[in-house]
Write a new protein. Structure first.
Length: 494
């Protein structure tokens, strides 16, 4: 992920440079340009792209079409500046289109490997290209079935890919890879959704209800559905999967944790000092290193968990979920076209649903009042700046887990719901919390300090556990608890 400074540096553009990016983003992979005539093909009732379903409520847009080329700019909340978003890896923006008095927002995204291939190792480049191809496969083959089941994802108008990420492709060939998406904007005209991070408690209920329905769809005993997922998506979901990230990163945990202890053991209040002095917590990185391969095996390989594996989003941070503006309404009553929506399916595949929940809940940071009172005032003020009080009050984490479990079981068949007990869910939660914690400690806590967290405080695409002191401390305490539960399980020979 590029830093805010890197993005800012790229955005010091001349009008000519901005125009060149605009032309690039408006050029489909087959050539030509996205203009009124192209829109007639992409959006029209008999257009060549109509094997993808139109978004609900837009069937009347039969043309003629008008597009506002000057409207091509970002509108999402991750970055507030106007103009095309250039991350160094992708170009993206939204485009206003109208027909017959109806307005539609299109989201355009283009990834060209030539723009970033030289900065990556062949392993990392192949991994990232595979993730782009995975997202194309998701939209082409999985999204229509999910939408029919009431799981909201963006409507698709155009997909294009030239992907060279097979083992026989060398770095030069991989650099020729390109991908392009033209999708329904989730925040276009008339949208009742919002996107921000972190989520307040009512919004978290909507996001977890959405994840429950998403997971329940993949839990189905339908053999054709299982084959569809197996043939189109990653065999192992999540961007932090151990084989995907590599053992070398995991082995950095002790070094990064030692630096974390040095940074936060003093000057952060009595609770932080006491927590980080506990022998079990001091040894946390070594314990997680010992557990890491076994945890990964339990999640992705163990026969004990095979019946519980399902479709997993793989990166369910708050900024990848649009939640209703009227979040106080019952999530169950707002499912489908009016409910929360998922985006970004680069790391979607098979795994335990708790991979999504553990990552999502940990970045929501639902703190208890007791915990807050034990932190110093600086940490509390920082946390209050990021999370509404209603999301923090007593037992928030357990309440959210119970809500997810209730909503999931409501969508499962009787036998599956009976098998997925609260005890099974909590065991999976501990496994997946440690699995996600491995990438946090091995990568995102490198050089962790109040200063490095403060530098990322406004970056909504960053998880709370590596941009807020209090969230990081609580996450460390939860990792200790999860590790202890799994160590006891292994010691008992379970």
């Amino acid at each position: 992920m590029p830093s805010a400074a890197e993005i800012a540096a790229r955005e010091q553009r001349t009008p000519e440079q901005e125009a060149a990016l605009r032309d690039d983003l408006l050029t489909p992979l087959e050539g030509g340009t996205i203009d009124e005539a192209w829109l007639g093909e992409a959006l029209g009732a008999k257009g060549v792209f109509q094997r993808w379903a139109k978004p609900a409520g837009r069937a009347g847009m039969e043309g003629p079409y008008a597009m506002d080329r000057g409207s091509l700019e970002r509108k999402h909340a991750v970055h507030g500046n106007p103009g095309i978003l250039d991350t160094g890896q992708s170009l993206s923006a939204e485009l206003r289109v109208s027909a017959g008095g109806v307005e539609l927002g299109l989201y355009l995204k283009k990834i060209s490997a030539r723009r970033f291939a030289a900065r990556k190792t062949p392993h990392d480049l192949r991994r990232d290209l595979a993730s782009c191809s995975n997202e194309c496969a998701f939209f082409d083959n999985i999204a229509p079935a999910l939408q029919a089941a009431g799981v909201r994802t963006p409507g698709v108008f155009y997909l294009g890919q030239r992907s060279f990420h097979a083992p026989e492709h060398d770095a030069e060939k991989m650099a020729e890879s390109e991908y392009m998406f033209v999708l329904e904007s989730m925040m276009g005209s008339g949208s009742q959704l919002c996107q921000h991070s972190p989520l307040a408690r009512p919004e978290a209920l909507h996001s977890l209800d959405l994840l429950a329905r998403f997971h329940a769809w993949g839990w189905s005993p339908d053999a054709a559905r299982a084959e569809l997922m197996a043939s189109q998506l990653h065999a192992r979901a999540s961007y932090w999967d151990l084989p995907r990230r590599g053992v070398a990163e995991m082995e950095k945990m002790p070094e990064n944790w030692a630096a974390f202890l040095a940074s936060f053991s003093s000057g952060h209040g009595e609770y932080a000092t006491e927590l980080l002095a506990r022998p079990r917590v001091v040894a946390l990185a070594d314990r997680m290193l010992a557990l890491g391969p076994w945890v990964s095996e339990q999640i992705h390989v163990s026969e004990k968990n095979e019946r519980f594996r399902t479709i997993v989003h793989g990166d369910p941070k708050a900024m990848n979920i649009f939640v209703p503006l009227e979040a106080e309404k019952d999530p169950a009553a707002m499912a489908g076209p009016d409910g929360a929506a998922l985006i970004d399916f680069q790391w979607t595949g098979k795994g335990l649903g708790m991979l999504d929940v553990a990552m999502h809940v940990s970045v929501l940071a639902p703190f208890s009042v007791l915990f807050l009172r034990r932190l110093n005032e600086v940490a509390v003020a920082q946390l209050y700046h990021s999370v509404e009080l209603a999301a923090m009050e007593g037992g928030g984490e357990q309440e959210l887990l119970r809500w997810y479990h209730q909503r999931l079981c409501a969508h499962l068949g009787p036998e599956d719901a009976a098998a997925y007990t609260a005890e099974v869910m909590l065991r999976h939660y501990n496994l997946c919390l440690l699995d996600y914690g491995r990438v946090v400690m091995g990568a995102y806590w490198k050089g962790a300090s109040s200063e490095t967290f403060a530098a990322k405080a406004a970056r909504q695409n960053c998880a709370m556990v590596y941009r807020a002191d209090a969230c990081a401390l609580r996450f460390a305490a939860r990792l200790d608890e999860a590790a202890a539960a799994l160590e006891a399980e292994r010691g008992a020979g379970a």
